[in-house]
Write a protein that binds this ligand. Structure first.
Ligand SMILES: NC(=O)c1ccc[n+]([C@@H]2O[C@H](COP(=O)([O-])OP(=O)(O)OC[C@H]3O[C@@H](n4cnc5c(N)ncnc54)[C@H](OP(=O)(O)O)[C@@H]3O)[C@@H](O)[C@H]2O)c1
Length: 252
């Protein structure tokens, strides 16, 4: 229970990786602000799971469509009002908007698709982080983790819009990690490859499986355990931890 009493805001908790991470951080003693966008039943089911496993745990759900910055601001203020300032922020929510694949036609991703993907995956994560940092500085403690992707280093299997929205997070985290290291804030990213038991990867193909040296896709717990490491370890900062079954030996 090394995080006993800490408040963790996890975006995208209605998804596979967010839900697994919520469970991992509750096990460490955190209260969880459970964010979702459209899948309210999944968020509610997660609260029930957490409360059944850890009676008395504080887990409150918050809805926000993070493709709109006003909703990001509202999410932050609702969490602060109802739970207090987050000590831990996992910027996990994300989307692909469209998939054109590795051999797709760049003309099929309009500049609007590109910008909207960036807004959801990058801009909103930036804004939420910006909103959380002042309190973390004040208390000289904070943990920030971004959910990137191997696409940031390889181009990936979705398309150029998604890959670039994720690689942009890397420059952002490097700046924050360096700037705020002396404030007790660590800032890192996990970069998964293809993870099943998620809506995003609900129909993996044989081509995808064949790319992975260990011979299978990953599962959400394998990402959650990395986030747990990143938020419990005060000396690990400015890092991008890749979890990809051996797919990208030198991508980062
Ligand atoms: N699965 C993979 O293979 C894989 C690989 C690399 C990186 N990732 C990254 O992992 C993160 C988590 O995704 P996942 O794998 O757990 O997939 P998932 O099951 O599809 O979950 C995606 C989460 O993001 C939320 N979300 C999507 N659009 C949103 C919006 N407009 N506003 C607010 N929230 C939104 C979803 O909320 P609702 O369902 O409530 O709408 C859901 O909670 C994403 O950032 C993704 O890019 C995933």
């Amino acid at each position: 229970m090394s995080l006993k009493g800490r408040i963790a805001l996890i975006t995208g908790c209605s998804g596979g990786i967010g839900a697994a991470t919520a469970l991992a951080l509750v096990r460490q003693g955190c209260s969880i602000a459970i964010h979702y966008n459209s899948a309210k039943e999944k968020a509610q089911a997660l609260v029930q799971t957490l409360q059944a496993a850890f009676p008395g745990v504080i887990a409150i759900i918050f809805q926000a469509d993070l493709s709109d910055y006003e909703n990001v601001r509202r999410l932050h203020s609702q969490v602060v009002d109802q739970m207090g300032h987050p000590d831990i922020l996992f910027n996990n929510a994300g989307g692909t908007l469209k998939t054109i694949g590795r051999m797709g036609n760049i003309q099929d991703i309009s500049i609007e698709d590109f910008e909207n993907t960036w807004k959801l995956n990058t801009g909103s994560s930036y804004l939420l982080t910006q909103l959380c940092i002042p309190h973390m500085v004040e208390q000289q403690y904070g943990r920030i983790v971004f959910n990137s992707s191997v696409a940031a280093g390889t181009g990936g299997v979705i398309g150029p819009h998604y890959a670039s929205s994720k690689s942009a997070l890397h420059g952002l985290l490097h700046w924050i990690a360096s700037r705020h290291a002396k404030d007790g804030i660590t800032c890192n990213a996990v970069a998964p490859a293809l993870i099943v038991e998620t809506t995003m990867m609900s129909n993996p193909t044989d081509e995808m499986r064949n790319m992975i040296p260990v011979g299978r896709l990953g599962v959400p717990n394998e990402i959650a355990s990395i986030v747990e490491l990143l938020v419990t370890n005060a000396y690990m900062t400015n890092k991008i931890i890749v979890a990809d079954g051996g797919w990208t030996p030198s991508a980062f």
